[in-house]
Design a binder for this molecule. Structure first.
Ligand SMILES: N[C@@H](CCC(=O)N[C@@H](CS)C(=O)NCC(=O)O)C(=O)O
Length: 276
């Protein structure tokens, strides 16, 4: 692993690191914020998965999460959203290929060799993080924005007991019923929709839900509402009697102004679960 940069932030350290990834068969970059409390021993970890077109950098510089994580003594990891590099396939569209990994394990050509983001986020990157940094593996929570909200919700529901809490900002909530989902799942997973079900938060909520608190925020003026399908997830949460809340936030759009507005509440929500 190589250190790209380390900068003092809110009494802690905001680092950027690269490492060779066997899972994605390329070098991968991530941001990690360690609060001051990490100098004294392992601290809880909050994952932030980002959305379409993002790298590790967008949420790291625009979400404002570090101030609240520093106060709560929680580390933040900002992974990239896809494999990268000249050898990695891409697509001219912003919502397929590099920057649009959709947190799935691709089985189709030309994507399968590199686009293994599910295994990267749930297996390889945790191993890198817990062996190299003072992080408490037993105290993890996960959140994300848009495509990253889809990733956070589906990963949290797939690993009962791993994450104490899950939240999402404007998640792609029902990708099997959306053009933000059907196009990418066809490309990455193939036309057989049976292979898609384990990557859809609404279908997973209908079937089993999350074994802890869940918080979802969605702006009412989000320009992508028709693609995000928030009503499907809200209905599934109500039917499941899922603990937590689905909140429609009046007037907010899809941008990081929306994310940063509610970040303090999301970090406090996770801090309660992580420290309880
Ligand atoms: N570029 C796309 C929109 C992509 C987009 O809004 N991406 C969101 C996540 S889904 C994001 O976080 N963008 C990067 C940023 O705002 O820093 C478009 O023009 O339609």
């Amino acid at each position: 692993m190589k250190t790209v940069s380390e900068s003092r932030a809110f009494g802690g350290v905001q680092g950027v690191y690269t490492h060779p990834s066997g899972t994605c068969d390329c070098d991968m970059t991530f941001g990690l914020f360690l609060p001051e409390q990490a100098e004294d021993g392992p601290v809880p970890l909050l994952w932030f998965l980002s959305g379409l077109t993002c790298t590790h950098e967008n949420a790291m510089v625009k979400s404002g999460a570090q101030r609240w994580a520093a106060e709560a003594g929680i580390a933040l990891v900002f992974p990239d959203t896809s494999p990268r590099g000249e050898a990695v396939p891409n697509d001219p569209a912003y919502d397929l290929g590099q920057g649009a990994g959709f947190y799935v394990n691709a089985s189709q050509e030309p994507w399968a060799q590199h686009f293994q983001m599910w295994d990267y986020i749930t297996d390889e990157l945790p191993n890198v993080l817990f062996s190299a940094f003072p992080l408490a593996e037993a105290a993890q929570a996960i959140t994300g924005h848009s495509m990253g909200g889809h990733g956070a919700l589906t990963i949290a529901m797939s690993f009962p007991g791993r994450f104490r809490s899950v939240s999402a900002f404007a998640p792609i909530a029902n990708p099997v019923a959306s053009d933000w989902g059907r196009k990418q799942f066809t490309a990455y997973l193939g036309a057989d929709e049976a292979a898609w079900a384990g990557y859809d938060a609404t279908l997973m909520m209908r079937r089993y839900g999350f074994d802890g608190p869940m918080l979802v925020d969605q702006g009412t003026k989000d320009q992508f509402l028709d693609l995000l399908k928030p009503e499907a997830l809200a209905e599934a949460m109500a039917a499941r009697r899922q603990g937590g809340a689905f909140r429609m936030q009046k007037g907010y759009d899809h941008s990081y102004f929306f994310v940063s507005t509610f970040m303090e509440e999301h970090v406090a929500f996770h801090a309660q679960a992580l420290q309880g």
